[in-house]
Design a protein around this ligand. Structure first.
Ligand code: PHE
Length: 452
């Protein structure tokens, strides 16, 4: 133990359940409820789902286990974890990528999350959903292009996020997730049951579960499925290294990873069960894109009995899921800064939170008054940041993490760290980290950079 560790005792999870709920909270977010349905919709439904599940099993769970092992073994933030395991080596790049990417992802994630808060407020007191024939498309585009309103809600969302990180691991993040995750489960199942009783339920189910294998000829479907799996499981950026670092040595990692990844996938599928029956009932194009939950669903809610109440419940679900993920994104940088600059958690949480909020403002403006500014090719500021962080840094981080645990770390130490019951499971895990994951990510990276 070095002197810094003696001075400042690191916080830890209060219980195994608390840790699992927090990691689930990180995983279940806008990625499941907002992104999964429209990405699945745009990529052919059933066949996409099949690929997605395959990638979660072959690649997602092994990488998750790799992240937890690095974190728990070192009890450090992402950057210092690599410095401890492989001093003075380039592996630390994986940690730096994680800090930079989570910081920038949070900057625009909080913009979208802010929209959900606005919808809750407008449905509750602002009169949204009360007039028949509201044009939700127009409402949405007017709202997101407004110079101030979205920034106000983005700031509100960031204040909430900072609050829980400020309070620490056990008293902040763990407590939040212990309340939110069971609530989310009840809400999403309730809303899905409601949706499954609509007339278009069968068509929605067919779309989601009946695969049209011909879409698999298109390489972009593989890219979308792998990218979505990494994003949804919170992989590649060290969020789960950070959460694993607050775990004591007694916990069993393989079963925790299996539980978290399965439940995250179940959440995404239930989000599909909620959205597609509604989409088919009202004859909407399932690949409607990012506007699906902000335009299409409000349109649909307008036709429901108790539509306003259903809408408030839905947007609360979305906001809560986003909050528990945002907290994990913020914690990556906060944990790093606390150790690097030896600041208190309180000061660090506020400082980093303010910085993320400021950096997010241009993203918000890029949907309105700054929409003419293009950074990468034809992409506006928000899409450019999303592209670099989610399509390049995230897979690159995942590649480095899996190569490090597969090749860079002593094999005997790794296997004893994860306490696999049988050798064959450990071997399978290493095969995934050494070969399957790097090759798959490498292909995806080349494809997304336009090289193949
Ligand atoms: N998994 C989160 C979601 O589905 C997003 C996230 C990505 C969180 C990476 C942390 C790290 O919305």
């Amino acid at each position: 133990m070095d002197s810094l560790e003696k001075q400042t005792k690191r916080d830890q999870w209060g219980s195994r359940t608390g840790f699992i709920l927090a990691a689930m909270g990180s995983a279940v977010g806008l990625g499941n409820i907002w992104k999964f349905p429209y990405v699945a919709g745009a990529n052919g439904g059933g066949a996409f789902l099949f690929l997605y599940i395959l990638f979660v099993l072959l690649i997602g769970i092994p990488v998750m286990l790799a992240e937890f092992s690095i974190g728990r073994n070192t009890q450090r933030d992402v950057v210092h974890a690599f410095q401890k395991l492989a001093p003075k080596s380039p592996w630390v790049l994986a940690g730096i990528l994680g800090v930079v990417a989570t910081f920038f992802i949070l900057s625009f994630y909080s913009v979208v999350a802010g929209w959900t808060l606005n919808y809750i407020a407008q449905y509750t007191v602002g009169g949204l959903g009360q007039a028949a024939n509201t044009n939700y498309g127009e409402y949405f585009s007017q709202f997101i292009s407004h110079p101030l309103m979205p920034i106000f809600w983005q700031t509100m969302f960031m204040i909430l996020t900072v609050l829980f990180v400020y309070k620490g691991i056990k008293n902040g993040i763990e407590k939040l997730n212990k309340v939110l995750m069971p609530t989310l489960a009840v809400l999403i199942v309730g809303l899905a049951i409601y949706s499954l009783n609509l007339d278009g339920a069968m068509d929605g189910l067919k779309f989601l579960f009946q695969p049209d294998w011909s879409v698999l000829k298109d390489p972009s479907v593989y890219l979308a499925a792998l990218g979505q799996a990494f994003f949804s499981l919170s992989l590649g950026l060290g969020a789960l290294i950070t959460y694993g670092s607050y775990l004591s040595k007694e916990e069993k990692l393989p079963s925790a990873s299996l539980t978290i990844a399965s439940l995250d996938t179940v959440f995404a599928i239930i989000a599909g069960l909620l959205i597609f029956p509604a989409v088919f009932t009202f004859n909407i194009e399932p690949g409607a894109g990012p506007g699906l939950v902000f335009i299409t669903l409000p349109d649909i809610f307008g036709n429901f009995a108790y539509g306003q109440f259903v809408a408030i419940t839905f947007f609360f679900l979305l906001a809560a899921a986003a909050l528990s993920s945002a907290v994990s994104l913020l914690e990556v940088t906060v944990a790093f800064v606390i150790r690097q600059l030896k600041w208190t958690r309180e000061k660090t949480a506020i400082f980093v939170g303010v910085l993320v909020t400021l950096v997010g403002i241009p993203s918000s403006l890029s949907l309105g008054i700054w929409s003419e500014i293009k950074l990468l090719g034809n992409l506006n500021i928000m899409d450019s940041i999303d592209y670099v962080a989610s399509n390049i840094f995230l897979p690159l981080g995942g590649l480095l993490i899996s190569m490090f645990v597969g090749w860079g770390w002593n094999k005997r130490d790794v296997l004893s760290e994860v306490n696999f019951q049988t050798n064959s499971l450990g071997t399978l895990w290493l095969i995934s980290l050494r070969y399957i994951t790097p090759i798959a990510i490498f292909c995806v990276l080349l494809y997304s950079l336009g090289i193949i």
